[in-house]
Design a protein around this ligand. Structure first.
Ligand SMILES: Nc1ncnc2c1ncn2[C@@H]1O[C@H](COP(=O)(O)OP(=O)(O)OP(=O)(O)O)[C@@H](O)[C@H]1O
Ligand SMILES: [Mg+2]
Length: 396
C-alpha cells in the first residue's frame, strides 16, 4: 500500500497516530497539575518503564495539555553527562522572564531572577557547565550559598511564589531522570518537598527507567510519600489492537482481525514494536485489507529494522566486556537473572564483574528489579543479543 500514507511512527519520542491505552494516566496527570495550581496537595508523577514503552510521548502530551490550560511548563531531558543545575538554570530563566511580563507577578518574578543569578554564580564553582543569561543582579543571601541542597529549594520557592502571583502553576517535565546523579536528585526532591509544604504551585512530572524508583528512595527516604510512580508498560490486547487498527481505518483502509492478533502476539503489545510492525505490515501489503500473510512477511523486515536501529544504537555504546555480560544474560533467557548465574556463565566471579554490571546500570542497559537480580531495560533484547553475537566465543 502507498508508503506515503503509512500512518505508523516508530521512533524515539515520535507521537503515535493513536496514543492507545493511556487515558487514565493522562487524566491523573491533569488532575495532579490542576490541584497544584489551586495550592492543593498532589503527588508529583514519576513515570517508570522500560525502553520504548512511550514515556517520552506521554510526557510531551501531558505538557501540551498543561500549556493549553495556561500552565507554565519547562521541559528537560537529563543526559548522562550534564549537571541538573546546568540544565535547569536556562529553562527557569525563560519561565521567570515569561512570568515577569504580567503585572501581577512582576516583582515576584524579578525576585526569582535575582535568586537565579545568585544560584548560577555561586554554583558555577562546583558545576562548571552552568551557562545562563543574567538579567538582574543577585541579592546577597538569596540562593547563593554554593550548595545545591540549600540553594535549589530557595530558587524553586521563588519560582513557585511568582507562579502563584501570576495565578498559574509551573510544571517541570523531566525525561530520563535516572541519569541525574543521586546528590542532585536529592536536592531536587528537597526543593519540591519544601514547595509542597508551602503549598506553592510548582511540581514535577518525570519519566525514567525502572531503577528511578529505587534511586529516589535512596536519595530521600520520604520520596515514596512525595511521588507517585505509575508504571508504563506494554499495552493490553484491547489497547494494542486499537493502536494498530485505528490508524489504518483512519486512512480509509482495513486490516483482518487475524492479522491484528498476529501483530499483538509478536510485539507483546510493546508500543515501539507495535509501530514498527504496523509500519512494515502496511508496506508489505499490496492492497487493503492487510492479511495475516502480509504480517508474516512484515515480521522479518520489522525485526531487521529493530536490529539496525532500536537495538543497535544501544549496543554501540558499550565496551567489549559489557557486551559479553549482556550476551551471557541472553544465553540464560529473557530474565531477570541472578548475578551468580551470569558470572558462572562467563567463568568469572560476581565480584570481578560488579563494576561491569554497575556500568551497564549507569548506561541504562540493565536494572535490578530485586537485590542480586539483573534484567534488561530493553524488551526482547535477549533474542537480539543471541542474533547479533551467535556462536560461543564470547564465553572466553
Ligand atoms: N500508547 C501508545 N500507543 C501506540 N504507540 C505508542 C504509544 N506510546 C508510544 N508509542 C510509540 O512507541 C514508540 C516509543 O515511544 P517513546 O519514545 O515515547 O518511548 P520511551 O518510553 O520514551 O522510550 P525510551 O526509554 O527509549 O526513551 C514511539 O514510536 C511511539 O510513537
Ligand atoms: Mg524516552
Amino acid at each position: 500500500m502507498d508508503p506515503v500514507r503509512n500512518p505508523f511512527a516508530p521512533g524515539a519520542g515520535t507521537p503515535p497516530p493513536e496514543l492507545a491505552g493511556r487515558d487514565e494516566l493522562l487524566a491523573a496527570a491533569q488532575v495532579a497539575i490542576e490541584r497544584v495550581r489551586l495550592g492543593r496537595p498532589a503527588k508529583s508523577l514519576l513515570m517508570v518503564g522500560l525502553r520504548g514503552v512511550g514515556k517520552t510521548v506521554l510526557l510531551d502530551r501531558m505538557r501540551a495539555t498543561a500549556e493549553a490550560a495556561g500552565i507554565e511548563t519547562l521541559r528537560l531531558e537529563a543526559p548522562e553527562r550534564r549537571s541538573l543545575p546546568a540544565l535547569l538554570a536556562p529553562e527557569l530563566r525563560v519561565t521567570l522572564l515569561r512570568l515577569s511580563r504580567g503585572d501581577q507577578a512582576r516583582d515576584l518574578a524579578q525576585r526569582g531572577l535575582r535568586a537565579l543569578a545568585g544560584f548560577a554564580r555561586a554554583l558555577k564553582v562546583k558545576y562548571a557547565d552552568i551557562e545562563v543569561g543574567i538579567d538582574l543582579e543577585p541579592e546577597a543571601g538569596l540562593a547563593d550559598n554554593g550548595d545545591l541542597e540549600q540553594d535549589l529549594p530557595v530558587l524553586l520557592q521563588a519560582v513557585g511564589a511568582a507562579a502563584r502571583g501570576a495565578g498559574t502553576a509551573v510544571v517541570l517535565f523531566i525525561d530520563e531522570l535516572q541519569y541525574v546523579p543521586e546528590e542532585q536528585l536529592a536536592a531536587l526532591i528537597t526543593a519540591l518537598h519544601r514547595c509542597a509544604q508551602r503549598q506553592l504551585p510548582i511540581t514535577l512530572v518525570g519519566a525514567g527507567l525502572p531503577q528511578l524508583r529505587g534511586q529516589t528512595g535512596r536519595a530521600k527516604s520520604y520520596a515514596e510519600r512525595l511521588f507517585e510512580f505509575p508504571e508504563v508498560g506494554p499495552l493490553d490486547a484491547t489497547a494494542a489492537t486499537r493502536a494498530i487498527a485505528k490508524p489504518i481505518r483512519d486512512q480509509g483502509a482495513r486490516i483482518d482481525p487475524g492479522a491484528v492478533r498476529r501483530i499483538v502476539a509478536e510485539t507483546h503489545g510493546h508500543p515501539y514494536f507495535l509501530q514498527e510492525w504496523g509500519k512494515h505490515a502496511w508496506d508489505s501489503a499490496e492492497d487493503s485489507p492487510i492479511t495475516e500473510s502480509d504480517v508474516e512477511l512484515a515480521s522479518a523486515t520489522a525485526v531487521a529494522a529493530l536490529d539496525s536501529s532500536f537495538f543497535r544504537v544501544r549496543l554501540d555504546r558499550l565496551t567489549p566486556l559489557e557486551r559479553r555480560y549482556l550476551r551471557a544474560m541472553a544465553a540464560l533467557g529473557p530474565g531477570p537473572h541472578r548475578s551468580g548465574d551470569i558470572a558462572t556463565c562467563m567463568s568469572r566471579t560476581v565480584t570481578s564483574l560488579a563494576p561491569t554490571r554497575n556500568q551497564l546500570i549507569a548506561k541504562g542497559m540493565v536494572w535490578s528489579p530485586a537485590h542480586g537480580d539483573t534484567a534488561f531495560t530493553v524488551p526482547l533484547f535477549d533474542a537480539f543479543m543471541r542474533r547479533t553475537m551467535p556462536g560461543e566465543d564470547w564465553r572466553d
